[in-house]
Design a protein around this ligand. Structure first.
Ligand code: FMN
Length: 442
């Protein structure tokens, strides 16, 4: 049998309205209502996945370029995933849900209480995807921080939140009742003297305990996605799950895992207490011939295909690529200071002077799973690839990424799940208990 792995699904950028206006979404689904999300998460639960992570960017972005974000419903608006989570829990019984929370924007006392509440109500199926985006600070009346300072703030946030979760200690909740006669009833719900009424006055937050919520059996699972040195150090020190982005070769996966193992060791933690799950966005085809056709077609994108990519890139880069001439290079100095250098590099690569058409066409290009040039293939080819990374790189598992159209979810998992089950890579039964038990039972 192959090595078993853990699997999850990432409701990726703009989940919700992103496909507004696309024909294949005209199924009568209304992204403002819970039904579509609930239907998808039920399918993911049935498939045997451990968790769903819902992305979030709380801001619509730079005020000067708002139209680029929303004209094509690409970057918003959207629902707050923490408030969506109860609807997902109500529709399911076993799968975990980790909404994204921005440590800078959510005050720690409020966050600790909301998270503890939802963790109880969901049977400890709640996790949080803790992010450090700094672009949204102005909405909360905060000054923007530097990249590393945002991580410092997230560390302080998490320390305060965890102290609040533990502020009832082991003895705070008593839950003792003896006798049924009301006159002689002896009952003691809680011991206020055992609670931690601490005061925190830190660099970024002031807060006080104890928390007005019942203590939890275990802390909610913390997911982190940052890939910089600072992000990996954060994961090694604090996270239960690292949402990892890397080229998916055995060598790159091994190298990424080694960096988390080192970061955990530096923090005095055992790396076995961290699950490293790689983001994967496959495109499944019914046959090898169909997969070949998809890859070949992507080598010759139509102007409409390029336009769709330009819409996404314009939104992500908050820079208008749609009004540029496709057959000329992007003018130098065209990107504003607010655009991250990494994102610009992602588009330009090492050919900044190539015509925009070529840059967009490169983004459109696809490759085959069978020769490891990309992620288009059959369910068997994808299972081979997943199995190989489990065996050769000790991979813990994957977070599949995509939209939440029920047809996309069924297409991705319909053929894949039986193959993974047959090979013993995806389990059929979950461990009893919540998200933490599921992630760490093997
Ligand atoms: C796979 C992945 C998913 C992310 N999801 C979100 C998100 O949903 N919301 C958000 O504000 N930031 C998100 N981020 C951004 C990170 O929180 C972080 O701000 C960013 O990656 C910069 O940190 P880094 O340099 O350590 O990667 C994500 C990053 C990655 C790599």
């Amino acid at each position: 049998m192959a090595r078993p792995q853990h699997f999850g699904y990432f409701f990726a950028r703009g989940f919700g309205p992103q496909a507004w206006g696309r024909d294949d979404w005209h199924w009568g689904y209304d992204w403002t209502r819970p039904d579509m999300y609930q239907q998808s998460v039920r399918t993911l639960e049935q498939a045997g996945l451990d968790l769903v992570i819902a992305e979030d960017a709380i801001s619509l972005g730079n005020p000067a370029t708002l139209d680029l974000r929303i004209a094509s419903a690409y970057g918003g608006p959207k629902h707050d995933p923490l408030l969506l989570a109860p609807f997902l829990f109500a529709a399911t019984e076993r799968i975990g849900v980790a909404p994204t929370i921005n440590a800078g924007i959510t005050p720690p006392y409020l966050g600790a209480r909301q998270i503890a509440t939802l963790a109880h109500l969901s049977g400890e199926r709640l996790g949080i995807n803790l992010v450090t985006d700094v672009g949204s600070a102005r909405h909360a009346g905060l000054d923007p921080l530097t990249h590393d300072a945002a991580y410092d703030r997230a560390e302080e946030w998490l320390a305060v939140v965890r102290r609040l979760w533990h502020s009832w200690g082991d003895r705070g909740y008593v839950g003792h009742v003896r006798g049924s006669d009301p006159g002689e009833r002896d009952w003691h719900f809680a011991d206020g003297t055992a609670l931690d009424a601490f005061e925190h006055d830190g660099e970024y937050f002031r807060a006080a305990g104890p928390l007005n919520a019942l203590p939890l059996a275990a802390d909610p699972v913390v997911v982190s996605p940052g890939g910089s040195g600072r992000g990996l150090a954060f994961a090694g020190t604090h996270s239960d799950v690292q949402l990892a982005l890397a080229p998916l070769t055995a060598e790159a996966v091994r190298a990424y895992r080694a960096r988390i193992v080192d970061a955990a060791a530096s923090a005095g933690r055992d790396a076995a207490s961290i699950r490293i799950l790689f983001v994967l966005k496959p495109e499944l085809a019914g046959s090898a011939a169909e997969a070949d056709r998809l890859v070949e077609a992507a080598r010759h994108p139509s102007d409409a295909d390029l336009q769709a990519i330009a819409i996404g890139q314009s939104s992500d880069l908050e820079t208008d690529l749609l009004s540029l001439d496709l057959d000329r290079p992007i003018p130098s100095g065209y990107f504003g200071d607010h655009v991250s250098q990494g994102s610009i590099r992602g588009l330009l690569g090492d050919t900044p002077d190539a015509p925009l058409r070529d840059l967009l066409a490169r983004k459109a290009r696809k490759g085959r799973l069978s020769d490891r040039s990309g992620f288009v293939g059959t369910a068997d080819e994808l299972a081979d690839f997943i199995e190989e990374l489990g065996d050769d790189a000790h991979n813990d598992g994957f977070i599949f990424s995509g939209d939440l159209h029920p047809a996309s979810v069924s297409r991705m998992f319909g053929d894949l799940v039986p193959v993974l089950r047959r090979r013993g890579i995806l389990r059929g039964e979950r461990a009893p208990g919540g998200l933490r038990q599921n992630l760490f039972d093997f």
